[in-house]
Design a protein around this ligand. Structure first.
Ligand code: SF4
Length: 267
């Protein structure tokens, strides 16, 4: 029962990461304490989620810190009232993101939405005790946040920031290139589709499918590389059927976890 063993090992890894309160790689998002500290602010975290697409994950999560350095503030009122300044801050070389036109729009729209709908406090999107499915839906109402980014954000909120949400059976893995590759090569799915991958995650751990998200992403990034996967040192190496000839299609190198159109996520 190779699939069962793979699911079990992936779940064991996911539980370890949850027990550690892992951010992304270890206890860090960015490898920089100052940039990580900025993300403790819920509004900055939400802006960070907007960055998590099409660029390396560490660079994406450093986005709010770098943006604050360039603007002198992440005050929502300032962001909403100064769209040209936001655009300039993102686009000034070295650019903060390769989506130089859409990212500033997303940031400005998020600031306006937070002011108008959440009393300028993003934590009101995910109040303790609320349901995962509702938080995912609210996040998805922001420009630049689709299902992939929303489910990723929920996992980080619960695992790393300790937000207690109900209905974890509605959590999910993000349909991300690393997750997809690992699910394919390890035999958890035999087709690369969001429906198949979410179903496999739900079957592997019905009470909290999202627990499998970070371990799959880490394995994909660190071991299950597109070329020359490091099977012998992989966490799944002893149980994986090693279908290394399979790979995802239709994506480039992954940046961070992804968006409303959600085509990429993270490196
Ligand atoms: S690196 Fe090898 S052992 Fe690990 S998930 Fe990929 S194919 Fe399986």
């Amino acid at each position: 029962m190779i699939v069962h063993d793979v699911a079990g090992e992936l779940l064991a890894y996911g539980r370890e990461l949850e027990a550690q309160g892992a951010a992304q790689v270890g206890d860090s998002f960015t490898g920089d304490q100052d940039a990580d500290a900025v993300l403790e602010n819920p509004n900055a975290f939400l802006i960070g989620v907007l960055f998590t697409q099409g660029i390396a994950a560490e660079r994406a999560w450093a986005g709010p810190h770098l943006l604050a350095q360039r603007l002198g503030t992440l005050d929502l009122g300032y962001l909403a009232a100064h769209p040209e300044a936001v655009r300039h801050a993102v686009q000034t070389p070295p650019m903060l993101h390769r989506f130089k036109e859409t990212l500033p729009q997303w940031i400005i729209a998020a600031a306006v939405r937070l002011i108008e709908n959440y009393d300028s406090d993003a934590s009101a999107i995910w109040p303790a005790g609320d349901r995962v499915v509702d938080v995912i839906a609210r996040l998805g109402e922001f420009q630049g946040i689709g299902r992939k980014k929303a489910v990723m954000a929920v996992e980080i909120l619960t695992r790393h920031f300790g937000v207690e949400l109900a209905g974890r059976e509605c959590s999910q893995v993000a349909y991300d290139v690393q997750v997809r590759r690992v699910f394919l090569r390890s035999g958890l799915v035999d087709e690369d589709s969001s429906v198949a991958i979410e179903a496999a995650a739900s079957a592997a751990y019905p009470s909290s499918p999202g627990t499998l998200d970070l371990p799959a992403w880490l394995i994909g990034r660190q071991s299950c590389r597109p070329r020359k996967p490091l099977c012998d040192s992989c966490r799944l190496g002893a149980v994986c059927p090693r279908h290394v000839w399979l790979d995802v299609v239709g994506v480039g190198s992954r940046g961070a976890r992804s968006n409303g159109s959600d085509s990429t996520r993270q490196t």
